[in-house]
Design a protein around this ligand. Structure first.
Ligand SMILES: C[S@@+](CC[C@H](N)C(=O)[O-])C[C@H]1O[C@@H](n2cnc3c(N)ncnc32)[C@H](O)[C@@H]1O
Length: 198
């Protein structure tokens, strides 16, 4: 599955150089919409590749049992600072998501700018990880980055490619128009909900 140390060094360097154009100043509107529409309720939720994202805090404030994982020490430190500042409880673990085994399964996973950050050669492994982390019937709330440069990150996550990755035999795609969300890096994301089949 490649080299964890190399991946960690690459992402840590981006944080050190301030190359973090993906960072939002507040919670992703898709996440808020899903909660307002009653599609996402307080539950045990995982945020892979959480970075320093505000969504860890937003979900914890709304009663979710949140676990974030990230490889980069600066991301972990930043996430813990946000949690402490907000005075909420959430767990943040430093791990390589490609070989992290969840001690217990999750009700939901929130993927924001994580899949598009992974080398396409590791996507199949990531899909298997998502499937194994979720309970049967658990849901993946995904923001698929509509990037076009194959040299990413962010790597393109067009819907045709996503349907090939998250196959109907393993994932039920919610029958609704994806949410279209502008991204701070000038791109846009498509918000989709997928249910892990039994
Ligand atoms: C583009 S950033 C997005 C961060 C966050 N989700 C956000 O929206 O602000 C991608 C994050 O994934 C993390 N990451 C990349 N590969 C990883 C891996 N194999 N295991 C764990 N984290 C990883 C990086 O350290 C980085 O924080």
């Amino acid at each position: 599955m490649g080299d964890t140390a190399t991946r960690q060094a690459e992402w840590e360097t981006r944080y050190h150089k301030g190359q973090t154009a993906w960072q939002r100043e507040s919670a992703n509107p898709a996440l808020l919409t899903w909660m307002e529409q009653g599609l996402l309720h307080p539950c045990r939720i995982l945020i892979p590749g959480c970075g320093r994202c505000h969504e860890v805090v937003t979900l914890a404030q709304r009663g979710f049992d949140v676990t974030g994982i990230d490889l980069a020490p600066s991301a972990i430190q930043g996430a813990r600072q946000l949690i402490e500042k907000a005075g909420v409880t959430a767990q943040v673990i430093q791990a390589d998501l490609l070989d992290w085994d969840a001690p217990d399964r999750f009700d939901a996973v929130y993927d924001q700018t994580c899949l598009c950050a992974l080398a396409p050669s590791t996507r199949q492994d990531y899909e298997r990880q998502l499937f194994s982390w979720l309970k049967p019937g658990g849901q993946l709330f995904a923001l698929f980055m509509q990037a076009t440069n194959p040299e990413g990150p962010p790597f393109p996550c067009d819907l045709d490619t996503m349907h090939q990755l998250f196959q109907d035999s393993r994932w039920e795609w919610r029958d609704a128009e994806p949410l279209s969300i502008p991204h701070p890096a000038g791109l846009h994301e498509l918000g989709c909900i997928l249910t892990r089949r039994a």
